[in-house]
Design a protein around this ligand. Structure first.
Ligand code: VG1
Ligand code: CO
Length: 542
């Protein structure tokens, strides 16, 4: 074992989901080592503990796994569970931590950010509940990164990552585990595989899953093709590649282009889905139909009792603040609690651990439940397939019925990427300074009811998280939210979220951009979006 002296490196502050930087920064001498040692220092004595390690397979994943294995052994961990090939999707890592009672896990991923030598890398730490470290822990990691003076590492050869087996590194037992098996097993306990299998065997029901050359390929092939009997080739772009095949592993209409093409071909498919780099996001498409993630969460909540794992009902639900309130309406009808948390999955963990919620989700293509402590892309796909198999209706028909019953919350998010940081900060600061003056102002037919900066008090541990997005609520129930992204690695990304409720049965099938047009203009008037960003239109609309 060697003790290597080092000094703090500025900027190792975890964001919405772990530490994400350009590969060039992460591969600087000592950069990864400093951050990993800061995690170990923050969690305290590691001796005798068990750690799970895996990642989404992006560039630098394999090298990073080898370094972390040697450092974990040197820091006293007695058992490491490492995904074969260095792979573990984010939800599978969460599953493995929980199943084997590990003390935590390190997941190597920058999620939906592109990968490759010139792109992004990331490291996140999950706690013993399998969920992303809470803010208390990420704050402690950041503090540790500012005080670090040495790191510990074993001087051993690389271990064989591609074969199942056991290794000794220093005093530590390292087990190479099948990255898919435990997760696939868990899915069979939640969903009716027989009913879904029958649905898929029924030839008019055609399905395509786009793994985007990211980590879900092996999971989707095993579950959809091998276990559920979907035809070979149902999963496209199934092989995880270090650069995701040059694509952007973000499941939305812009980036999952091949899937969208197949859905709209002359012989359209019944159901399409895609996941992101680390497998925790999902996009669901019906024939000629995109299901907004906010609506998806509401529909899953409303139909949960059709699915074996949720047959006994839901303890409660939660959504991130910028997510539309579609799920709130269902929770009210079901008589269960509905919580509103800041953006990022780390805020759902306490609610789940305390048994307050079963399902939760975010507008950013994230949906999940208490089966693990991360959002879970394939799980959401299986949930939808299970509902379709039971109701024997198309995805589109199910959503339409939902709107007829509950009304529709039109929702859209506009992203302005790679902005000059000063301009983006000035925009937010300018609006923040004006929040208290907005009440009563009328713009484009919407009158401001109130405006504030969202702060969250965790009802379980009473911790307070401030500065979680500026929101403007209008008297007609419409809403605009503005916040800066905490996952980017260059410049700033502004996210503007719009939602508006529509009850009129004749107005439920409008184009979302048209339905939200007046709000989009109102937001520009109030926040000076075009003026501060210098952009006429957003880069990505979801
Ligand atoms: C984004 C999303 C947020 C999500 C986070 C991590 O964060 O908005 O909802 O939890 O990514 O998702 P931000 O700070 O950039 O808005 V993942 O799949 O990239 O781990
Ligand atoms: Co992700």
């Amino acid at each position: 074992m060697k003790t290597i002296s080092t000094q703090p490196i500025a900027g190792q502050k975890p964001g919405t989901s772990g530490l994400r930087k350009k590969v060039a920064e992460f591969t600087q001498p000592g950069y990864l080592e400093n951050f990993v040692q800061s995690i170990f220092n923050a969690i305290g004595d590691c001796s005798g503990r068990t750690l799970v390690i895996g990642g989404d397979g992006r560039y630098y994943n394999r090298q990073a796994v080898q370094i972390i294995v040697r450092m974990a052994a040197a820091n006293g961990f007695s058992r490491l569970l490492v995904g074969r090939g260095g792979l573990l999707s984010t939800p599978a890592a969460s599953c493995v931590i929980r199943k084997y009672g590990a003390d935590g896990g390190i997941v190597l991923s920058a999620s939906h950010n592109p990968g490759g030598p010139d792109e992004d890398f990331g490291v996140k730490f999950n706690g013993p509940n399998g969920g992303p470290a809470t803010e208390t822990v990420t704050d402690a990691i950041y503090r540790a990164s500012g005080e670090i003076d040495c790191y510990l590492i074993e001087e051993t050869a690389d271990i064989e990552l591609d074969e199942p087996g056991e290794h000794r590194v220093g005093g530590c037992r390292v087990e190479i585990i099948d990255p898919v098996a435990d997760y696939a097993e868990l899915m069979t306990t939640l969903f009716d595989f027989e009913a879904i299998g029958q649905l898929l065997a029924n030839s008019p029901f055609t399905l395509c899953f786009d793994a985007m050359h990211a980590v879900t390929g092996p999971y989707a092939v095993e579950i959809l093709e091998r276990r559920l009997g979907a035809p070979e080739g149902t999963v496209i772009n199934a092989e995880p590649l270090e650069d995701f095949g040059g694509g952007h592993p973000d499941p939305n209409l812009a980036h999952a282009a091949e899937l969208v093409r197949r859905m709209n071909s002359d012989d359209p498919l019944a159901f399409g889905a895609a996941s992101d780099g680390d497998g925790d996001r999902n996009m669901i498409l019906g024939t000629g139909f995109f299901i907004n993630p906010c609506d998806s969460l509401a529909v899953l909540t409303d139909n949960a009792e059709l699915v074996p794992g949720y047959r006994d009902g839901l303890a409660g639900v939660a959504r991130s603040m910028p997510t539309s309130p579609a799920v709130d309406r269902v929770a009210e009808a079901l008589g269960i609690s509905c919580y509103q948390t800041p953006t990022g999955w780390k805020f759902f963990g306490n609610l789940m651990d305390a048994g307050r919620i079963t399902l939760c989700g975010e507008e950013s293509f994230g949906t999940g439940s208490s089966h693990v402590r991360e959002k879970d892309g394939l799980w959401a796909v299986l949930f939808w397939l299970n509902i379709i198999a039971v109701r024997k209706q198309s995805a589109r028909a199910i959503v339409r019925e939902h709107w007829q019953r509950y009304g529709r919350d039109y929702f859209s998010r506009h992203d302005y990427e790679n902005l000059n940081s000063e301009g983006a900060t000035a925009l937010i600061q300018g609006l923040r300074d004006n929040l208290s003056t907005l009440r009563g102002r009328e713009i484009e037919g919407h009158k401001v009811a109130y405006a504030d900066e969202f702060a969250y008090t965790d009802p379980v541990d009473n911790s307070v998280s401030r500065g979680q997005g500026l929101r403007i609520l209008f008297e007609d129930g419409a809403r605009v939210v503005l916040r800066l992204s905490g996952t980017g690695t260059s410049g700033a990304t502004l996210r503007v979220y719009y939602d508006r409720y529509e009850r009129d049965p004749a107005l439920l099938e409008l184009d979302a951009q048209k339905a939200l047009a007046s709000l989009i203009i109102a937001a520009d008037t109030l926040a000076g979006i075009r003026q501060h960003t210098g952009r006429e239109s957003p880069d990505v609309i979801t």
